[in-house]
Structure formats: structure tokens, C-alpha cells
Design a binder for this molecule. Structure first.
Ligand SMILES: [Zn+2]
Length: 304
């Protein structure tokens, strides 16, 4: 959190309100928040914003000054927000970077990030190309069904880990991965290349639907997330399983939503999202082929 929908909402608001504005000043509160290009800061004074885009969970702002183009890549990480000047936060001391603007609807863009997992990078075109090719796989809203099915069939990791792996497919985090897998009736620990083609095609469709619906509702306001203008995202009301462990399954199957602790919590219905695949507990050969499989997976298979 923030994930793709929240970053997209932020990018759209910025595009509407700051494209065309000129930077009059910039301020860096903590130098360690800038990953790359701190020395370019002077360059930004008098630069004009010409565009705002999203890549994965990052927002990329494009600037031009005297025909030279540069980019500011803002990673939102776990707790990062891009905010306009009049949007109040509970802890203003976590604002680490400010761009002051003239000639746009908004007079400031602020980067607020209490846990500082995200960073800012100031890049030229070659730097941006390097930055994006290293970090981001295809976008889940752009990837074709065929490409997505291929991605699953060629990967031996668990499905949820794959969906959250930014170099495999960029922008999905824990909330939306759980929500998609529940709707697609696929277990988070299912080995990706064991998913049948029809199910993979369905997951592709559901992935797009969930993300588009979340964008239309302004994202999910979980913890401290809100949009640059302070609006809360309403998709949280549509969450079916995320953070709902112990509540009845929304499919009325009579089972409670379960939470399993892995690298990130998975929320799923053990009845609607059955784990399918080889019985890993018994077959050494198969176990060697799927080395990242969890103990839980083996246990469930032994019990079936
Ligand atoms: Zn269920």
C-alpha cells in the first residue's frame, strides 16, 4: 500500500492540476530520501512540468527546461504519498521533499513518507530507461491475456508471490493480490505453472476488472492513504477478503476467511480457493522441482 490504483489516482490528479506549472523552488528535508540525482536539484528551478505518468507503483513527473528533459520518479513504497499544499496530514514532519510551483492549479507538490521505504530519483532519459527496465515488468492493465498465461505457465513460484513480484508484473501489492485471487477462486500458494489455462485467462480478466474498479473508486484507503487532494479511496468497501480473517466467506460457503502468514499475510477462503497440484509431501522429485513451496501446502495436500 499504496499499490497500482492509488499511484494511478495520484498520477491522474497531478496531471490535471500541475501540468504546465513551473517550478519556482524545491526543498529537500532529508537527503537520504533522494536515491539518485540530488545534484540535479538546481536544474529543477524554472523547469516546467509537461506530463505525469505511472509505472508500477511509482509516479513519474516529466520536466523540461531549455529543451532538456528530466524526470522525477517518486516511489510510494509502503506509506508514501504525493500531496498538494493544502492537504493536511497528521504528521507534517514526514514531508521530505517539496516542489513549489507557479502557474498551475496547485502551488506545491509534497512527498510525504513516514516509513521511508520509497525514494525519489531525479533522472535524465537514459537514467529513466535504466530505472524502469530494472524495476518494472509489464503493466497489469496492459499485458495481453496470452502474455499473462505464458507468464504463469513459465513460473514455478507461488501465485501470489508472482503477482506481487514487480519485475514479473508491476504494480500489484498484497491487498489487490488477495482480492484478485479470491475472485478467481485460486489459492495464494498455488504454484503458478499448475494453474490451468482457462483459470489463468479468468485471472487475467479479474485482475483488470479489480484494478480498474479500484481506480474508479479512488483506490483503497487503508491506514493513512489518501489522494493528493486529500480524498479517501472508497474501494476498501469492496474488499472481500483483505484483513477479514475470521469473517464468513462472502460466497456463503460456510467457511471463515483464513489468514496465513508468509512473507506478507494471505487472506483466503480454504474452501473456495482449493490448492491444486502435485502432492508435494510425498514425492521427492516433485518437491525438488518446486523448492519454494510452503509447509502449509504440503500439510493441506496430505490431508486431502
Ligand atoms: Zn468460501
Amino acid at each position: 500500500m499504496p499499490e497500482l490504483p492509488e499511484a494511478e489516482v495520484a498520477a491522474r490528479q497531478l496531471r490535471e492540476r500541475v501540468v504546465g506549472a513551473q517550478v519556482s523552488d524545491c526543498w529537500v528535508g532529508r537527503e537520504d530520501i533522494v536515491r539518485e540525482g540530488l545534484s540535479s536539484l538546481e536544474w529543477f528551478r524554472r523547469a516546467t512540468i509537461t506530463g505525469v505518468e505511472r509505472r508500477g507503483k511509482s509516479v513519474i513527473i516529466t520536466f523540461i527546461r531549455a529543451e532538456e528533459i528530466k524526470f522525477l520518479a517518486a516511489e510510494l513504497g509502503m506509506t508514501g504519498l504525493l500531496l498538494f499544499r493544502n492537504t493536511l496530514t497528521k504528521h507534517p514532519q514526514h514531508t521530505h521533499f517539496i516542489l513549489r510551483l507557479e502557474g498551475g492549479v496547485e502551488s506545491e507538490i509534497r512527498y510525504w513518507n513516514p516509513r521511508r521505504f520509497g525514494r525519489l530519483s531525479l533522472l535524465d532519459q537514459a537514467g529513466l530507461d535504466r530505472y524502469t527496465s530494472r524495476r518494472f515488468g509489464p503493466d497489469p492493465l496492459v499485458i495481453s491475456q496470452k502474455h499473462f498465461v505464458q507468464l504463469l505457465s513459465s513460473t514455478r513460484s507461488r501465485l501470489k508471490s508472482l503477482l506481487m513480484h514487480q519485475q514479473a508484473i508491476a504494480g500489484i501489492g498484497n491487498i489487490y493480490a488477495n482480492e484478485m485471487l479470491f475472485r478467481a477462486r485460486l489459492h495464494p500458494d498455488q504454484i503458478a505453472n499448475q494453474v490451468k489455462q482457462k483459470a489463468a485467462e479468468r485471472l487475467h480478466e479479474i485482475m483488470g476488472d479489480v484494478l480498474r474498479e479500484a481506480i474508479n473508486l479512488g483506490g483503497s484507503s487503508v491506514r493513512d492513504y489518501f489522494a493528493p487532494d486529500g480524498t479517501e479511496g472508497q474501494y476498501k468497501r469492496r474488499h472481500l477478503v483483505y484483513a477479514k480473517s475470521g469473517e464468513p466467506c462472502p460466497n456463503d460457503c460456510g467457511t471463515m476467511i483464513k489468514r496465513s502468514i508468509g512473507e506478507r499475510s494471505s487472506f483466503y477462503c480454504p474452501r473456495c480457493q482449493r490448492l491444486r497440484g502435485p502432492r508435494l509431501g510425498y514425492n521427492r522429485k516433485v518437491r525438488a522441482r518446486y523448492p519454494d513451496v510452503s509447509r502449509e501446502y504440503k500439510l493441506i495436500n496430505c490431508l486431502q
